[in-house]
Design a protein around this ligand. Sequence first.
Ligand code: IMP
Length: 429
Amino acid sequence: MANVAVIGAQWGDEGKGKVVDWLASRADIVVRFQGGHNAGHTLVVGDQTYKLSLLPSGLVRGKLGIIGNGVVIDPEALLAEIARLESQGVRVPPERLRIAENAALILPMHPAIDRAREAARGALSIGTTGRGIGPAYEDKAARRAIRVADLAEPETLSLKLDELLRHHNTLLAGFGQPTFEKEAVLAGLLALAPRILAYAEPVWQRLDEARRSGRRILFEGAQAVMLDVDHGTYPYVTSSNTVAAMAAAGSGIGPAAIGTVLGIAKAYCTRVGAGPFPSELTDSIGTMLGDRGNEFGTVTGRRRRCGWFDAVLVRQAVKVAGIQGLALTKLDVLDGLSELRICVAYRIGADECRYLPAAPGAQATARPIYESLEGWNGSTRGARSWADLPASAVKYVRRIEELVEAPVTLLSTSPERDDTILVRDPFEG
Ligand code: IMP
C-alpha cells in the first residue's frame, strides 16, 4: 500500500482542504512537513467548519497528526489552535498529535521582523502573511534557531536567546521598531514549555515504525510549488521547499516512502500576495472568478488575484515536484462562460517560451499565449461521474491533462466531499 504526498501545484489555495480531508479519512497518519501557520485549510465536516493552520487535517477525523521537523512552529499559535479545535469538540491529547523535537520555533521577534521588513520594502513588498515564517527559517539556516527540544533545557534556552536577541534587536532597532527584553521572552517560553513538550518526540522513529507496519501515511503540503523557495517565482515565494521531496527531509523518512505524489490545481488560477502572474485577469471575468470561487485568503482574508489556467506553470510544477496525478478543483466556477482560455506558452520579448525562466525581469514581462476553448452551458456543480459533465467540460479537462503531461486522477465539482470524480485512488499507487 502506497503512501501519498499531496501538494499545491499553483500558488496555493487550490482547494486542498477538501481533498486532504478526503485523503485523510483513508490514511492512518497525517504529516505536515514544511511551512507553518501561514497555511490555511478550511474543512467542512457535517455542520462544523474547522479552520486549520498548523495542525494536520487528519486530527479532525480522529487520525494521528504529526508535525515534522521541516515545519516552523509558533508555540503560542499552536496552543491557540489546539484550544480552538477543542472548543469545537475535537480533542487533541498528546496521543493524537506528535511534534518533531528538532523543529524550529517561531518566536515573537519573527513576526515583528517580518512586518518591519515588509513595511520597509514599500511597493516591492512580497505580501507575506506577516507571521514570521521567513525570519524563522533564516534563523534555522543560520544555526541560531530555538528548537522544540531546547524548551526542556532552561540553560540552553537562555544562552540561545542571548544570541537570538543580539541579532534581532539590532535589526529591529535599525528599523526603528521596539526591541525585546530577554527576561520576558524567556519567561513566556518557560511558561508554555511543558504544554509543548508533552507533544514532542523524535517523530522519525514513529514514522519508521509506521512505514514498516504498512500504515498509510499522508504527507500534507502547505503553500504550493510556485511558492517554493527554489522552484517558485523567487523572491515572491515562501521560505521553505514546498515540493514533494521535502516530505522526506521535513519529516525524517526516506524518499522512497513518500509514495504517490498528488498535485492539486484549480481549474483556473489564483494568487495572494505580490509577484508575477502571467495569466492574471484584471477585467470583469477575473472579478467574476473571484466572486464565484469565493477567493479570499483563509489566513489573510485578502482578495485573491484570479486568472486563466496556466498550463505552462502547472507543467513546470509537475516536472520539478514529480507530480504523478492531478486533483483538479473548482471546475464549477467556470460554468456558463462561453469561452475559456488556457495559457500554453509565454511571449518574453521576441521569444516564445514554454517554461517560466528564473530571471525576475523575464518573469515580470512574460505575456501569456492562449489557446481558446469552447465553454459549456450546463452545470458541472456536484457532478460525480464523467457522464454528468457537459462534453466541453470533459474536453477542457482532457486538454489540461495533455498540456501539463499528467493525468487528472481526481476531479472536485463542489465544496461537498462527495462531489468528486475519482479516477484513481492515490493510495493504490
Ligand atoms: P510567507 O509564507 O508568510 O513568508 O509569505 C510569502 C508568500 O507566500 C506571500 O505571497 C504569501 O501570500 C504566500 N503564502 C504563504 N502561505 C500561503 C498559503 O497558504 N496560501 C497561499 N499563499 C501563501
